[in-house]
Design a protein around this ligand. Structure first.
Ligand SMILES: CC(C)(COP(=O)(O)OP(=O)(O)OC[C@H]1O[C@@H](n2cnc3c(N)ncnc32)[C@H](O)[C@@H]1OP(=O)(O)O)[C@@H](O)C(=O)NCCC(=O)NCCS
Length: 176
């Protein structure tokens, strides 16, 4: 199996990414509650990555979405408040080789460099994220939808002290 190389997503990658996401999460994926936090077509272009094989085929994708907290787009220092990590998908033939970890490490590092304070994620496989500094966000922030009992709602600080800026129960939403 040829190795994957990570590069920034470009606009013409859209259709192949949609196909990979349909294969990974099902064609009804947009009915999932987490999509309430993803404004259509509004993922953060500078935090969007693909993994391509030696023929240039996209075999992996990671996107992040801008979030607002209590309707604020920025923290007290004017840095963007938060991002939502995901969706992340690696084509089946390339799974288990550490590519998700490469994409996630790259994304978290770039999000921190861009000044984002917090990173959230919703998942039914929290094991994938065990190696990162995610903690439980349930009850700490409120969501616009009920995610159901099977989902883990996690957060991590990208900027030290960012969590302390927001009161318990602060409302998360898709940034306009
Ligand atoms: C989840 C997914 C992105 C992982 O991609 P990957 O490149 O195989 O992941 P990595 O090789 O970087 O492995 C990351 C870690 O997560 C673990 N892991 C991967 N998939 C897992 C799963 N479904 N359940 C539990 N643990 C899992 C791996 O064992 C590995 O842990 P380790 O390093 O301690 O062994 C990939 O399986 C996928 O696209 N799945 C379908 C879509 C999906 O579920 N996306 C995540 C939704 S939040």
């Amino acid at each position: 199996m040829s190795p994957l190389v990570v590069r920034p997503e470009s606009p013409q990658d859209g259709p192949r990414i949609e196909r990979l996401l349909d294969e990974s999460f099902g064609k009804d994926r947009q009915n999932r509650g987490v999509y309430a936090l993803r404004a259509p077509q509004r993922h953060i272009r500078s935090l969007a990555y693909v993994g391509v094989d030696t023929t240039g085929q996209i075999q992996g994708t990671l996107r992040f979405w801008p979030l607002q907290i209590d309707e604020q787009q920025a923290d007290q220092e004017g840095d963007p408040a938060a991002v939502l990590l995901g969706p992340i998908a690696i084509a089946q033939a390339h799974q288990g080789k550490g590519y998700a970890a490469i994409l996630i490490n790259r994304g978290l590092s770039d999000a921190a460099a861009l000044g984002y304070g917090l990173c959230f994620l919703v998942t039914d496989t929290p094991q994938v994220y065990r190696r990162y500094a995610f903690t439980n966000a349930q009850g700490r922030f409120s969501l616009p939808v009920d995610l159901g009992p099977k989902k883990s709602f996690l957060l991590m600080e990208l900027k030290r002290g960012a969590l302390s800026l927001w009161p318990t129960g602060a409302a998360l939403g898709a940034a306009a």
